[in-house]
Ligand binder design. Structure first.
Ligand SMILES: Nc1ncnc2c1ncn2[C@@H]1O[C@H](COP(=O)(O)OP(=O)(O)OP(=O)(O)O)[C@@H](O)[C@H]1O
Length: 274
């Protein structure tokens, strides 16, 4: 499909992005080997993520989005090709990566603060220094006053904010998010999108996020990468030339509407997104 002929409505945000490549995905494939045979999951995929960029991946169910994220996180080995972060090949979980999954996976017997501090404990980092950082993140995500509560005393949105704090506490450059708001109700999800945009702006993190929601993708992204059905490949990549900060009103903007329609057209051609 041709790139959209979209008018650039603001260039300030484009200027914010460093041209430096942070993550390089070069000819990466993934085939799972199971007892029932091989499951090709990703066809050769090549793309870069720039330092400070917010890149969102959408694609039909089972096309390999989570697989791609796990490969970048170093949680799975690639079958072919290479992934590098700042020029270093990813072969194991990388310290400069924080991950947020769809389910908050907080430990029920630990308080919010102690859940957030887990990456610090696991890495043996200086507790006092990072405690200050954890408290700053708690303030930034609006969890102040809930530090000593247990996860089950929090709403779903608050639990996901706590897992965002946990992913950021060791100050990684890269934040990987796999359907982080998929389990939340529509209104909480929209609120979390606005908050995530603000937090990314304040922290300058490079974000690679997966979603099934096309409006969420366009709202959050500097670029949206559309994947095709399994074994997944890149069907198209769209720049989102909407200025930031974006409010939810941006969803009525002609550029927003045109982009969501163009992305949706890929799925109408392929079948369903969800
Ligand atoms: N551990 C595994 N062993 C074998 N096959 C797997 C494994 N994990 C994933 N797959 C297969 O690889 C393909 C891609 O899975 P993946 O979870 O990456 O897709 P996805 O795009 O994230 O899907 P969804 O949007 O439904 O979460 C699927 O066909 C899945 O069945």
């Amino acid at each position: 499909m041709a790139q959209p002929q979209l008018k650039v409505v603001g260039s300030a945000e484009t200027a914010r992005l460093s041209q430096k490549t942070l993550i390089q995905i070069d000819g990466v494939t993934k085939t799972y080997r199971t007892r029932d045979g091989e499951v090709p999951s990703l066809r050769p995929i090549t793309f870069d993520v720039r330092d400070g960029e917010f890149l969102v991946v959408v694609g039909p169910s089972g096309c390999g989005k989570s697989t791609l994220l796990k490969l970048v996180a170093g949680l799975l080995p690639v079958s072919e090709g290479a992934i590098t972060i700042e020029g270093t090949t990813v072969t194991e979980p990388h310290d400069d990566v924080g991950i947020v999954f769809q389910s908050p996976v907080l430990l029920a017997w630990r308080t919010v603060l102690r859940n957030i501090m887990m990456p610090v404990e696991v890495r043996g980092l200086p507790r006092d220094k990072y405690l200050e950082r954890a408290r700053a993140l708690i303030r930034m995500t609006g969890l102040e006053g809930f530090e000593n509560k247990y996860p089950w005393q929090l709403s779903g949105g608050m639990q996901q904010r706590a897992s965002l704090c946990r992913a950021l506490v060791h100050d990684p450059k890269i934040l990987l998010m796999d359907e982080p708001f998929g389990a939340l109700d529509a209104m909480t999800r929209e609120k979390m999108n606005v908050e995530l945009q603000r937090i990314q702006h304040e922290t300058g993190k490079t974000v690679l996020l997966i979603t099934h929601s096309i409006p969420e993708a366009v709202f959050l992204a500097d670029r949206v990468m559309v994947m095709s059905e399994r074994p997944g490949a890149i069907a198209a990549t769209y720049e989102v030339p909407l200025p930031r900060p974006r409010s939810l009103d941006v969803m009525g903007h002609p550029v927003f509407i045109e982009l969501t329609q163009r992305i949706r057209a890929h799925f109408n051609a392929q079948g369903h997104l969800d």
